[in-house]
Design a binder for this molecule. Structure first.
Ligand code: WT7
Length: 636
């Protein structure tokens, strides 16, 4: 086992060892960390069908001791965080490991002073600023379970999550700037909390200086609370399998589920995958553009880099503000050497003049990464040629909120990196392709359902408050495997190509939504009787949201009525989920293609949304075949 794989031979040797003797392999990977008490067993529990994996059971540790205290001896004055604000005219800031350690301890003491205890759930709804990173780590320091909600979700989505997690504390800020947009996050939280009786305290970070409403007895300012707390905070000893965080993500049915990750396995997995995939060196400046509100921000914006003692850049803004050259400007400004972003961002920048890229040298770059959705060949080549100047390996990393960290990816410059291929599995990961009946498909040049055989340290442990749901979703569809929900192809060389979801999940700009979740939102509109949502190929977002909607009084006949109905549908989605789930296309219809047993034939709706008008397949089993003609005639 090599702590850092450096050659293809080492990769193959380590891969083999990780499969043949996982206990020895992961024990060695776990060795360099700070443990209060070492584990009794490396791997235990039943993986599948039970879904009860345990890693490093019996151990106690604290993640922040490994992210911070462990580095103070050698890296106290090394930069831990570089913060680049939304507006380039505002000064950036930096925190060394020593400063970050102190600020985390102080924030942890503020949490304690306000009554937060080990095991309590703390929800964070924050701008992408250092205080978000600090607050997340402060929770981990005292053993509180953090639940970050991306600050783009609506009040109602926040309330659902707070109530599901039975959270007692909320951290937020007065306001947030994202590009030209301004979001009064505190007032969104205020609205959410009208239906969240469990929340006792809201800690507010002053960021924009905007006026806020104050709930005496519930709200406190962070800057007041921090005045008289100690600069040191002993770290809580956590059991290996105590929950670390909850992160809500969408599935094919019903409400988003709270994916739970725990302490030790997640730590080892985040660190191992981060260092090996990106081939990180001591002096790298690393930038993951994902918001901490998503799993990518958790594992590769925060925990992975800090565990490795790296310098991580946090960016508050968006790729196109104030101009489409912003990413490249930031890379030059801070000498970023490893850059990790999403295909949707690359595609949105490709649409602008190349001059925005050519204006910057980008000479500090060494490694490029992609995550969140399949990267199309055109975007891959643009990224490679214009950003990497043909000299930076690209890692196309496939993974999921549920996998905790990267599962299939090139190791930068070591294992093959081919456009539109995620590549080879990480050590410890056994991907398989399954037939519909659950049998394994052998050999190369094959396609099937992507599943993972056997456990790995970062596997999802449960869905918060509903273990049965996790078992049913991931571990029982194909006994013996973790089911990913993706389809994949193993090419002639054995490299994996991810095709996309095989369930009713759509991936919009790298964000996951369940079609049922969006339909439920649309159906909240007073105008709506019924709706059906499908994904369709979208040039920038990867997939767009196409909604077919039946209105109460039939299809509106005047433009004004039409606009009113559409506005009401959009508003319903924005209210229930947030602006990020807004349908791209809405088609008002008088009926949906249903079978005689009442099942919507989504296949037809998907084809029409994709622009297919002729080969719709067999429509004879439809209750009313004529609705198909109407849908075709009115397609957007
Ligand atoms: C789904 C997981 C992984 C963190 C960000 C998204 C798709 C993710 C890739 C990739 C093709 C990808 C899959 C997966 N996906 N990365 N490199 N190539 N598809 O996390 O929200 O949990 O979404 O994103 O469909 O199932 P998530």
């Amino acid at each position: 086992m090599h702590t850092r794989i450096r050659t293809l031979e080492e990769y193959h040797a380590d891969y083999q060892q990780s499969i043949e003797d996982p206990d020895a392999f992961w024990a060695e990977a776990a060795e360099p960390f700070t443990w209060r008490k070492k584990w009794d067993t490396v791997r235990s529990g039943e993986f599948s069908p039970a879904g009860e994996s345990r890693w490093f059971d019996g151990a106690t540790l604290n993640l922040t001791e490994n992210c911070l205290d462990r580095h103070l001896e050698l890296r106290a004055n090394k930069l831990a965080i570089i913060f680049e604000p939304n507006d380039p005219k505002t000064r950036h800031s930096r925190l060394t490991y020593r400063e970050l350690h102190e600020q985390v301890c102080q924030f942890a003491n503020v949490l304690k002073k306000n009554g937060v205890a080990k095991g309590d759930r703390v929800v964070l709804y924050m701008p992408m600023i250092p205080q978000l990173a600090i607050a997340v780590l402060a929770c981990a320091r005292i053993g509180a379970v953090h639940g970050v909600i991306f600050a783009g979700f609506s009040a109602s989505a926040i309330a659902d999550r707070i109530n599901d997690a039975d959270a007692t504390f909320v951290l937020t800020a007065d306001g947030l700037n994202r590009g030209a947009k301004q979001i009064p996050v505190k007032s969104v939280v205020d609205e959410a909390l009208e239906t969240c009786p469990s929340v006792r305290r809201v800690i507010v970070v002053e960021h924009t200086g905007w006026p806020v409403q104050w709930h005496q007895g519930r709200d406190v300012w962070y800057h007041d609370e921090v005045q008289d707390v100690e600069k040191d905070c002993p770290a809580e000893a956590m059991a290996a399998e105590d929950p670390l965080f909850i992160l809500y993500t969408s599935g094919s049915t019903g409400k988003p589920k709270g994916v739970v990750h725990t302490q030790a396995g997640y730590m080892v997995w985040a660190d191992y995958t981060f260092r090996n995939v990106f081939q990180v060196e001591e002096n790298d400046v690393y930038w993951c553009t994902a918001d901490i509100g998503w799993v990518t921000g958790h594992t590769y914006g925060l925990y992975g880099p800090l565990l490795a003692g790296s310098t991580t850049l946090l960016f508050e803004g968006v790729p196109t503000f104030p101009s489409p050259g912003r990413f490249w400007e930031v890379i030059d400004k801070h000498h970023v050497s490893i850059f990790y972003t999403a295909p949707t961002a690359i595609r949105s920048l490709m649409a602008h003049s190349l001059d925005h890229v050519l204006a910057y040298s980008l000479s500090s770059l060494r490694v490029l990464g992609s995550v969140g959705e399949p990267i199309n060949e055109e975007a891959w080549h643009w990224y490679n040629q214009h950003v990497g100047k043909g000299r930076c390996p690209i890692v196309d990393t496939w993974w999921q909120t549920e996998t905790g960290g990267i599962m299939i990816s090139a190791l930068a410059g070591i294992t093959p990196s081919v456009p539109a291929r995620a590549g080879l599995p990480m050590p410890g990961v056994q991907p398989v392709l399954l037939n519909q009946d659950g049998s394994e498909i052998e050999g190369n040049d094959q396609e099937g359902y992507l599943a993972i055989k056997g456990s790995w340290p970062g596997v999802i442990r449960t869905t918060w408050g509903d273990h049965e749901r996790a078992r049913q979703t991931y571990f029982t569809p194909y006994p013996g495997y973790y089911f990913t929900g993706d389809g994949a192809r193993r090419d002639e060389k054995g490299l994996y190509r991810i095709i996309g979801r095989v369930d009713d999940v759509i991936n919009v700009s790298g964000h996951r939504f369940g079609t049922a979740e969006i339909e439920n939102a649309i159906n909240q509109s007073d105008y709506v009787v019924e709706s059906a949502v499908v994904g369709y190929p979208h040039d920038v977002k990867g997939q767009g949201i196409y909604a077919y909607v039946i209105c109460k009084n039939g299809v509106p006949t005047t433009d004004i009525e039409l606009q009113k109905a559409e506005a009401s549908i959009v508003e319903a989605v924005v209210a229930a989920i947030g602006r990020i789930a807004k349908p791209d296309k809405i088609q008002l219809v008088s009926g949906l293609p249903k079978t005689r047993s009442g099942k919507i034939m989504r296949r037809i709706l998907r084809k029409v949304a994709e622009g297919e008008t002729t080969n719709l397949g067999d429509v004879t089993t439809l209750l009313e075949p004529l609705v198909v003609d109407e849908i075709l005639a009115g397609r957007k």
